[in-house]
Design a binder for this molecule. Structure first.
Ligand SMILES: Cc1cc2nc3c(=O)[nH]c(=O)nc-3n(C[C@H](O)[C@H](O)[C@H](O)COP(=O)(O)OP(=O)(O)OC[C@H]3O[C@@H](n4cnc5c(N)ncnc54)[C@H](O)[C@@H]3O)c2cc1C
Ligand code: SF4
Length: 526
């Protein structure tokens, strides 16, 4: 490293893209610093249920430094994870590989034969994340299996590939994944609480694989600090390095730290990277592509909570997502669960109504509970909402896009050229109605969907997509930002088509490929 530089690379954010980058760059001999705005959690510091707001929710202005952020935009309500390990702390461990259309659509389609090129990196990602087939079917998985049979899709029901250490229940063993180089792990107890953070050391979060190993290779991780500026040093294109500025998260008068590095990897996730880059385009990095913030996708998703009135059904039993049904070539559904007692979402729930017209929807919202009043009252007041609820996560390959712009008070969403995401996907509502009938219950959704028609997603993607040049994308096919040297985007912002399935595996695999192309430090062209 040149004496002038404190680090070779600074990585902004420690989610899937950031964690892969940290390990691979450290292995190649580079000196790496990871800056993460969220907290570093020990397992026992994670919330017991989602009613422990300070530990679960991310709302730094109120001193809530939890793992779950809920962001409200005009065109989408977005859920994402925060902390050392990023979205892996809240995610449901599910690691499906997208089908062929993902590799052939969107702004990256013509840049490579992606399905072939990425195949070995998907294998690598599965291995690193400790992916294994779920073998336990909890109540909601069994109900999904029954649903699949009812709709003639019995053969399209599968168990999920998940990043969980199953081993012997609650038994701690020496690292089973990395020839003893990794941390001890404990067998999963099937408590369903993966999305409030695994307190049992069974979920393969990034702090237990990529980040753990990166630290062993010398990477430094600073938590509770937020990066707010990246300035090229003495050049327009950053060829002579950058000054990266960060300060304590949510500190009004905190001291700014400035660190010099030769390269920067933006891995803040869509809600971290895009607002930061939009701000920098107006200040320190003006030559970023005009496409920045465009082609944002929501995986064409719907989240529908189906509340059962059968007291003998424990929907919390199992891992967060244990199975998947391929409804058709474009659509997948998964049953999602929270652990017992995690019933926060009840306070946000309204009956699911499908009418697109607002007046018709409000009319239906009033009429619907009157058609079956006793059942609706029971549904809204069930004793343990999480235990009684099986959430349908509906995802589609079909395209819908938004764009993000810099607004007066932060980032705002706008319509893009294509179809915007919808809160009323007919196939999703239809299957939810069937499912809730099957489990003797009713379907509810986030009230913003019913009242404002705003769709919800846990899979926000894009905004710094790949393209052949700066007119068509923000980064090239190797994740390098156009117009600047040694700046990479390695997180969900680079996803350039709708995967139609949970995206973390793809983010991991595509980052693995990008990092594989960076030379070892001693062969550097950096
Ligand atoms: C409840 C829930 C369940 C999910 N389940 C699944 C699932 O089962 N399977 C799946 O594939 N996906 C799932 N996802 C989605 C998955 O979590 C995300 O797609 C994935 O985490 C995105 O990875 P990333 O690399 O883009 O960054 P992220 O994982 O989002 O991490 C980005 C990190 O950067 C930090 N950061 C941002 N800006 C800054 C800054 N300026 N300075 C410092 N740090 C910064 C953030 O705090 C965050 O920790 C789920 C998401 C949610 C919310
Ligand atoms: S089911 Fe429970 S023990 Fe198993 S990974 Fe999820 S949170 Fe951890």
């Amino acid at each position: 490293m040149d004496n002038d530089f404190e680090y070779d690379y600074i990585i902004i954010g420690s989610g899937f893209g950031g964690a892969v980058s940290a390990l691979r760059l450290s292995e190649k001999g580079y000196k790496v610093l990871v800056v993460e705005q969220g907290k570093w959690f020990n397992d026992n510091e994670l919330p017991k249920t989602n009613w422990e707001f300070r530990k679960w929710l991310w709302f730094p202005k109120l001193r809530f430094f939890g793992i779950q952020n809920i962001a409200f935009y005009k065109h989408a309500t977005i859920l994402n994870g925060i902390g050392v390990g990023g979205g892996s702390l809240v995610y449901a461990n599910t690691l499906p590989k997208p089908k062929t259309p993902f590799f052939n659509h969107g702004s990256w389609a013509k840049l490579a034969d992606w399905e072939t090129v990425l195949a070995p990196f998907y294998e690598k990602a599965w291995k690193m994340l400790g992916a294994t087939e779920n073998t336990y079917l909890g109540e909601s998985d069994k109900q999904f299996q029954k649903l699949a049979k009812e709709i003639g899709k019995e053969n399209c029901f599968e168990t999920t590939k998940v990043s969980v250490y199953f081993g012997e229940k609650d038994k701690t063993v020496a690292d089973p994944y990395f020839n003893g180089e990794g941390p001890d792990r404990t067998g999963c107890v099937l408590c369903g609480a993966c999305m409030t953070g695994c307190r049992n050391n069974a979920k393969n979060t990034l702090d237990k694989n990529y980040l753990y190993l990166a630290q062993k290779k010398g990477a430094k991780i600073i938590s509770k600090h937020k990066v707010f500026d990246v300035q090229p040093i003495n050049s327009k294109d950053g060829a002579t390095g950058y000054v990266v500025k960060f300060k304590k998260t949510a500190a009004l008068f905190g001291k700014t730290q400035s660190v010099k590095a030769k390269g920067v990897v933006f891995s803040g996730g869509v809600l971290g990277t895009i607002p930061l880059l939009l701000k920098l385009k107006k200040s320190s990095l003006p030559n970023l592509s005009p496409r920045l913030g465009e082609m944002v996708r929501t995986n064409n998703e719907a989240l529908i909570m189906n509340v059962s009135l059968d007291k003998d059904k424990d929907m919390s039993d199992g891992i967060a997502i244990g199975s998947i049904i391929e409804l058709d070539e474009n659509s997948h559904i998964e049953p999602v669960r929270y652990g017992n007692g995690s019933g926060f979402w009840r306070v946000t729930a309204f009956p699911m109504v499908s009418e697109k017209n607002w007046f018709k929807r409000m009319f239906k919202l009033i009429i619907l509970p009157l058609t079956d009043p006793i059942k609706w009252i029971k549904v809204l007041f069930v004793k343990d909402f999480a235990k009684s609820t099986s959430i349908i996560l509906f995802m589609q390959h079909l395209d819908s896009t938004l764009k993000f712009k810099k607004g007066l008070f932060g980032m705002k969403s706008k319509m893009d050229k294509g179809m915007p995401p919808s809160a009323f996907i007919p196939e999703a509502h239809e299957i939810a109605k069937k499912y809730s009938k099957q489990i003797n219950g009713k379907s509810v959704v986030l009230s913003l969907e019913t009242v404002l028609g705003t769709p919800s997603t846990a899979h926000i993607l894009g905004g710094a997509v790949m393209g052949e040049d700066a007119e068509h994308g923000v980064i090239d096919k190797n994740n390098k930002v156009f117009a600047y040297e040694n700046i990479f985007v390695c997180d969900g912002s680079f996803i350039s088509a709708n995967p139609g399935v949970n995206p973390a595996l793809s983010i991991t695999a595509i980052t693995e490929r990008a990092m594989s192309l960076i030379p070892e430090k001693n062969n550097k062209t950096l």
